[in-house]
Design a protein. Structure first.
Length: 297
């Protein structure tokens, strides 16, 4: 490790990186050096434990799914009205009884509130009363600039909902560092986040990311976002291979693991056991959590 060797001590100490440091890591062609930094920061901040969460996803208009052994029930999709959102929450609260119920994108709820922060407080309060515990996603690329995003998160939390999981909805590789810094600033100013998933949920058609871009983004997110407890990869979107590699670059949480064994392969081949094997194969210690990021095992 030569090109980034001067940064190793700071990564090992869990110190946050500057914009200049992050640009160097993003531009580094030596992925081994990048991985050394990301993994060192992960271990400094989170130890050797990698968590995962089993999620029961409830799609709009679909029959209630098998909740299995989910630690979270999550409402997917974009509600067309406040009434639809509240109706879906009330229905899902019955299914979720005993585990956290999350739902919707914060950007979509802001749209339902007409972009009005006070109306968003009222909407969040109503959804919380119906049984929703937290929004499912805080898309840092859809809430305006950093100042606007901070005010939106403050509004929804004032209404009683958690805003625990920051994501990037759709962004090109060139925008990633700006959005990683926005997530870091959002946590600094609100303290609301428990996890950040820095890989875009929808890839840019004009400039799709590569696997090299993805692992650099994971490492830089861990190095820059020291105050965010977990750097996360979505198991359902990116699959076991990238998830396992991401651990070696700084990720310490795998989200959206299926809650039920839909393939009927038995307990030893269930999604949870597969995740545990993948984490152990990356020389980390697996631990299951619920939707509040509380450890279950």
């Amino acid at each position: 490790m030569v090109e980034l060797q001067d940064l190793e001590a700071r990564a090992t100490a869990g110190q946050a990186f500057t914009r200049t440091d992050a640009e160097r890591v993003m531009a580094c062609a030596d992925l081994v050096s990048v991985g050394v930094l990301g993994e060192a920061a992960r271990k400094a901040i989170r130890g050797n434990r990698v968590t995962f969460g089993r999620v029961c996803v409830v799609a709009a208009g679909a029959a209630p799914p098998d909740r299995g052994e989910a630690g979270e029930v999550r409402l997917a999709g974009t509600p067309s009205s406040v009434g639809e959102a509240r109706e879906r929450v009330r229905a899902a609260a019955v299914l979720a009884r005993g585990v956290p119920l999350t739902g919707f994108s914060l950007a979509d709820l802001l749209d339902l509130a007409g972009g009005d922060h006070l109306a968003l407080v009222d909407l969040a309060r109503a959804l919380h009363a119906d049984g929703l515990e937290a929004v499912a996603q805080v898309p840092v690329d859809r809430l305006g600039d950093t100042e606007s995003a901070v005010e939106v998160v403050r509004a929804v939390t004032r209404g009683g909902l958690g805003a625990w999981r920051a994501v990037i909805d759709r962004a090109g590789a060139d925008d990633r560092l700006d959005l990683i810094e926005r997530a870091s600033a959002l946590q600094r100013d609100t303290g609301a986040l428990r996890a950040f998933a820095p890989l875009a949920r929808h890839d840019s058609r004009e400039a799709p990311s590569t696997g090299y871009d993805d692992v650099r983004a994971i490492a830089v997110a861990r190095l820059v976002c020291r105050a965010i407890p977990s750097i996360q990869v979505d198991w359902s979107l990116y699959g076991p291979k990238l998830a396992q590699v991401a651990i070696a670059y700084g990720a310490d949480d795998l989200d959206a693991v299926p809650a039920a064994d839909t393939l009927g392969l038995g307990a030893r081949r269930s999604p949870a056991e597969d995740v545990r094997r993948q984490i152990a194969a990356a020389f980390a210690e697996p631990a299951e959590r619920n939707g509040r990021y509380e450890l279950l095992t």
